[in-house]
Design a protein around this ligand. Structure first.
Ligand code: GUN
Length: 283
């Protein structure tokens, strides 16, 4: 069994982005800029946003944070997005989700210029992912693919099972695995015989949002298990969707939480922002 080190792979990706960012500055005088918008004071969102800002600093981007109060109105938020769409020095716009309940996240995402939508959440970018012709990778799923590549884990012809069908992870994850010729099954809360389907997976991706949901009986001997979960266990300790301690010995590869998929999401975001800066400047 080998533990996939997301921190290590993420560091390699960020080093490459840093190198290309320096070249972009030296050759064209361009510094990529990312705007990060956070509404309210969700503690998990705060941690994610801080990690994104830190990564920007490391690779040499300009990052601008817009921290808005929980009472922000839809109109105020849409106005901010509109302003950021028009700013030349901002190449990527990220509105941290979830938004407070009174705000319409769909409308906010659709207001972002697709060329600045570094999360790849806008319908235009989602459509491109379906077609397999995209500028921006969906951050978390692309981070998972990068890990598989980094460890030379083949996807071609493998049975891939994704648990979860969210727009952020489950759906785009399934597409990326499909693009690499995996045979993909998507499981969700209404799936019958979920444990049985999972136990046939060569590559199992858990994106359910339930602590330790994937147990040892659901995992095939020698499977690759990717844990996208960020949950809290009964003692309030950070854990994933996979019962790591009991599952790990059955796997050929497994990602830990923390230190697995999490850091990869941020690395893809850096890649996307660099790409956005290049596209917007015709480089
Ligand atoms: N909330 C959880 N994951 C993400 C993400 O990748 N991007 C944004 N904007 N919000 C999130």
């Amino acid at each position: 069994m080998q533990i996939i080190d997301g921190k290590k792979v993420s560091a390699q990706v960020k080093e490459e982005v840093k190198k290309q960012t320096l070249e972009l500055k030296e050759q064209y005088g361009i510094t990529p800029g990312l705007a990060v918008v956070i509404v309210g004071d969700d503690p998990a969102s705060r941690v994610y946003v801080n990690n994104k800002k830190k990564a920007c600093e490391f690779v040499g981007f300009k990052s601008e944070e817009f921290s808005l109060p929980a009472e922000t109105t839809q109109e105020e938020l849409l106005n901010l997005v509109k302003t950021l769409n028009e700013k030349k020095d901002i190449n990527g716009i990220l509105v941290q989700l979830p938004l407070p309940e009174h705000l319409d996240d769909k409308a906010v995402i659709e207001a972002i210029d697709p060329l600045k939508d570094v999360d790849a959440f806008h319908a235009v970018n989602v459509g491109k992912i379906m077609l397999g012709e995209y500028d921006f990778m969906p951050c978390t799923p692309a981070g998972v693919m990068e890990m598989l590549h980094s460890y030379n884990i083949p996807v071609n012809s493998k049975n891939c099972v994704v648990i979860g069908r969210s727009n952020i992870v489950g759906k785009p994850m399934s597409m990326l695995l499909l693009h690499e010729n995996g045979t993909v099954t998507i499981c969700h809360s209404r799936t019958q015989n979920l444990a049985e389907i999972c136990s046939k997976a060569d590559i199992l991706v858990a994106a359910v949002g339930k602590p330790k949901f994937v147990t040892a009986d659901m995992v095939k001997e020698g499977a690759v298990v990717i844990d996208v979960g960020m949950d809290r266990d009964e003692n309030g300790k950070l854990c994933g969707d996979v019962d790591f301690e009991n599952v790990k010995d059955k796997c050929s590869y497994i990602t830990p939480v923390p230190g697995g998929v999490g850091p990869m999401t941020v690395a893809t975001l850096m890649k996307n922002t660099l790409k956005a800066a290049k596209i917007q400047n015709n480089v």
